[in-house]
Write a protein that binds this ligand. Structure first.
Ligand code: ACO
Length: 398
């Protein structure tokens, strides 16, 4: 539809849809969501089956290529990713330049965009081999970057990748290994982290994916596009929510304080973090899987006392008219923070974990975008509400 105007002053036909609530920005064959029925599928496969039976790299392959890999394909893909886990030494020095108390997401965002300077060929996005090389590099290097920004913040020496380990076990070792060669993550914790990465791997046109697509539509290299996604994810209404949930649970402090807190939410003083979703209006299927994963993790680590507050909060909210009327249910972030804390991550690292999990989704969406002949540079229309036709006022007359 081209602009149809009724005269020079008429801006023409436009849809005013803040936040794109009813406007599709693209066509996509990657992730299907039915928010009313609580369905989430990657390439047609239900999220609960993938979380139970797949590895994260297998799911990444599925998102990127549209099909589950055969064994030789998975072996090759795992080999390729493993080969690229190391960072250029200058990249490490770049991270060392940040303040000791810099937020890990700020460091991650800057480091991901800095990667574009290490791979100058990355901008040749019309070449499928170049695209694939950057996709492999990004998926391989995100855990290393995530671990390095964590160690930097802790003031601990960086631990290099150990490519004999699986994707998630390697990440945990880079984070927590103190002295060679003692650290070995409990396989149940490795599995829980894999599940969390899988649950976060894609979620169609969420805020950060929309940012990746929007920036990517200018045909910039994928590092710059993904850095935009990391920036979007940093915000408390998106990836920052699980950190906010923990802070909220700590502030509530005891089960007895819950009714007073709920009253404050209903009066609009604050939000119940980890509740509500733009798409899920019945339940978030990822929250159900995470709740189960909580029990597995706490079996290893011991129960987090905040879990009792979270469960009681959920129970009270789900019976309260305010939340029922607005269709507000726990989202993926309500319980994930509790697991991350049990895995010994400080709250500032939670969103970094989300970013690592979401990277295959961002790249699958980016790859789909750059191959879609119908796509145009993202450039939404606006409804102008400001002044017009004013004459410049010299300084002495203002
Ligand atoms: N607590 C209290 N009230 C809420 C909450 C909440 N968590 N979420 C929405 N509401 C209320 C709104 O105030 C609004 O009420 P009103 O109709 O009286 O004005 C109504 O429910 C509709 O909410 P919207 O803000 O219009 O819903 P939207 O779809 O735009 O927002 C969002 C979705 C941003 C997730 C919102 O529910 C929210 O802020 N939740 C808390 C933050 C959070 O958990 N984010 C994580 C999302 S999942 C993810 O990013 C992976």
């Amino acid at each position: 539809l081209k602009q149809i105007t009724a005269g020079e002053e008429d801006p023409g036909i436009a849809t005013y849809d803040p936040g794109f609530v009813n406007t599709a920005s693209c066509r996509s064959a990657i992730t299907y969501i039915d928010g009313d029925k609580g369905i989430l599928e990657y390439r047609g496969y239900p999220i609960d089956q993938l979380a139970e039976h797949s590895t994260f790299l297998e799911v990444a392959y599925l998102l990127l290529h549209g099909e589950l890999p055969t064994q030789p394909q998975l072996d090759q893909w795992t080999h390729d990713v493993t080969y690229h886990t190391f960072l250029h030494e200058n990249c490490k020095q770049f991270i060392e330049g940040f303040r000791y108390d810099a937020h890990p997401m700020g460091m991650l965002m800057a480091s991901v965009s800095a990667l574009s300077t290490f791979y100058p060929d990355a901008g040749t996005i019309a070449d499928p081999d170049v695209r694939q090389a950057q996709i492999t590099r990004l998926i391989a290097k995100m855990p290393t970057l995530g671990a390095f920004v964590y160690r930097h913040q802790q003031g601990k020496p960086y631990v290099y990748p150990d490519n004999r380990l699986s994707y998630s076990a390697n990440f945990l070792a880079m984070l927590f290994k103190m002295s060679e060669p003692t650290y070995q993550a409990d396989p149940r914790l490795v599995k829980a982290l894999e599940v969390l990465f899988i649950l976060h791997a894609d979620h169609e046109q969420n805020c950060s994916t929309n940012a990746v697509r929007s920036v990517g539509s200018s045909q910039v290299d994928p590092y710059s596009a993904v850095a935009a996604g990391v920036g979007a994810l940093y915000g408390p209404l998106h990836g920052g929510a699980n950190e906010a949930v923990l802070k909220m649970l700590r502030r509530i402090g005891t089960v007895d304080n819950i009714p007073g807190f709920i009253e404050g939410v209903k009066e609009g003083k604050e939000k119940l973090m980890g509740f509500g979703h733009r798409v899920y209006k019945n339940f978030d299927p990822r929250a159900t899987i995470i709740k189960k994963a909580c029990d597995d993790v706490f079996e290893v680590t011991g129960v987090n006392p905040l879990l009792a507050i979270a469960k009681e909060l959920e129970k009270i909210a789900l019976e309260d008219e305010y939340f029922i009327k607005r269709k507000l249910y726990p989202n993926v972030d309500f319980y994930s923070g509790l697991i991350y804390e049990a895995l010994q991550f400080p709250p500032e690292m939670f969103t970094v974990l989300f970013a690592i999990g979401r990277t295959p989704g961002w790249l699958a969406q980016w790859s789909e975008l750059v191959q879609d002949k119908d796509q145009k540079i993202a450039r939404p229309k606006q409804i102008y509400t400001g002044a017009r036709n004013r004459d410049f006022v010299p300084m002495h007359r203002r």
